[in-house]
Design a protein around this ligand. Structure first.
Ligand SMILES: [Zn+2]
Length: 360
């Protein structure tokens, strides 16, 4: 559920969220990885590792060896094995109806069932029908893991901000679709063997100040290649001798935290061998990094450090087979893949950086 902030399930009155929260497991929140944007977060949930390990630093980024990445469907940019590839290798069938990194094979390992290319005009109804069709396949053809991206509130909240009525309406709609999925699984009598997990990739907060990094660097006469997310920017210098000038130039904006690569706190998981800039700039809401003038700026945004901004936290709920009714404390996105494997009784590989969540 894209962009669904941790406080939304409580707004559900009679939809899927209130059902899952009252009958299943509900975590206080799901802490996203940093930067808390769609591509890194989806891939962390699918791999069980942080972005500097799987390499998808943002929806777009720059790699010193491979060049520029931008919303690419090419899965080989991911440097850790996605859960579907891990399962398929063991002969376990998997399916995805839109999940970042699942559109192509991963280093030769194919997904049994996958829908592509991504399109945000595909409705939740269509996805629900396909999910039920997959679940209805005979034993030897049926996928044991199905992952699907739903709209959540993301694009509505970007456009109008969190206090706009259209965001609550969008949530009610998604809440209803979720209940529809739950009811249809019930009608088919699948719950005995099936666990449903609902997560979001990040939360959302309102912003009001865009910082144009290109303009700043141009004024300082520094030649760079920049790759920016809303909250974290990587600056690659064309001439390494410019580093002091570049740092001083960027520091002129008081809303920027400016770090040389060797000064970045390792616990932020931002240091990648070829995808981290010579200089890394960080900002917090209500600020946002941009590379050009934007005449139609977003009002809602995410990407910020989840350890500093509670609004970035998302949701985690589970219901069905092997699930007890209980409230649990905050969990992390890197815990999602190990938790799925433990539900499937499949060994959790050593490379995963998260831990399974206790659901019963
Ligand atoms: Zn978004």
């Amino acid at each position: 559920m894209d962009g669904l902030r941790h406080d939304y399930p409580e707004k559900s009155e009679s939809g899927g969220f209130s059902f899952m929260a009252s009958k299943g497991v509900k975590a206080k929140s799901l802490i996203p990885v940093y930067q808390s944007t769609t591509f890194p977060t989806h891939v962390s949930m699918a791999t069980g590792v942080y972005p500097n390990t799987h390499g998808i630093m943002h929806n777009s980024f720059y790699d010193r060896q491979k060049g520029s990445y931008s919303y690419s469907p090419e899965a080989n940019w991911i440097e850790s094995k996605p859960i579907w590839a891990y399962l398929e290798e063991k002969g376990i069938k998997t399916a995805t109806y839109f999940w970042v990194g699942s559109e192509t094979d991963w280093n030769g390992i194919e997904i049994s069932y996958s829908k592509f290319p991504f399109s945000n005009s595909v409705s939740e109804e269509t996805k629900i029908q396909q999910i039920l069709d997959w679940l209805s396949l005979p034993d030897n053809e049926r996928p044991r893991l199905i992952m699907s991206w739903w709209h959540g509130i993301d694009s509505t909240a970007h456009k109008y901000g969190m206090s706009d009525k259209r965001v609550s309406q969008k949530f009610i709609e998604q809440d209803r679709h979720l209940l529809d999925l739950i009811n249809k699984i019930e009608e088919k009598g699948f719950w005995e063997d099936l666990t449903l997990i609902v997560v979001s990739d990040h939360g959302m907060t309102d912003i009001s100040n865009l910082i144009n990094i290109n303009e700043l660097l141009k004024k300082g006469k520094v030649n760079t290649k920049i790759s920016l997310g809303p909250a974290v920017g990587h600056i690659f210098l064309e001439n390494k001798n410019d580093i002091l000038k570049a740092v001083q130039t960027l520091k002129q904006n008081k809303f920027l935290k400016v770090k040389r690569k060797n000064e970045i706190d390792a616990s932020l998981n931002l240091i990648h061998p070829t995808r981290t800039g010579d200089i890394v700039i960080l900002t917090e809401s209500p600020n946002m990094l941009v590379s050009r003038k934007n005449n139609n700026p977003p009002i809602g945004m995410h990407g910020y450090n989840p350890e500093k901004n509670k609004d970035m936290e998302g949701v985690f709920l589970a219901y069905g087979n092997k699930i007890k009714q209980k409230k649990i404390s905050k969990v992390r996105q890197v815990d999602v893949a190990p938790t799925i494997l433990s539900l499937l009784d499949v060994e959790i590989p050593k490379y995963m950086e998260g831990n399974k969540i206790k659901l019963n």
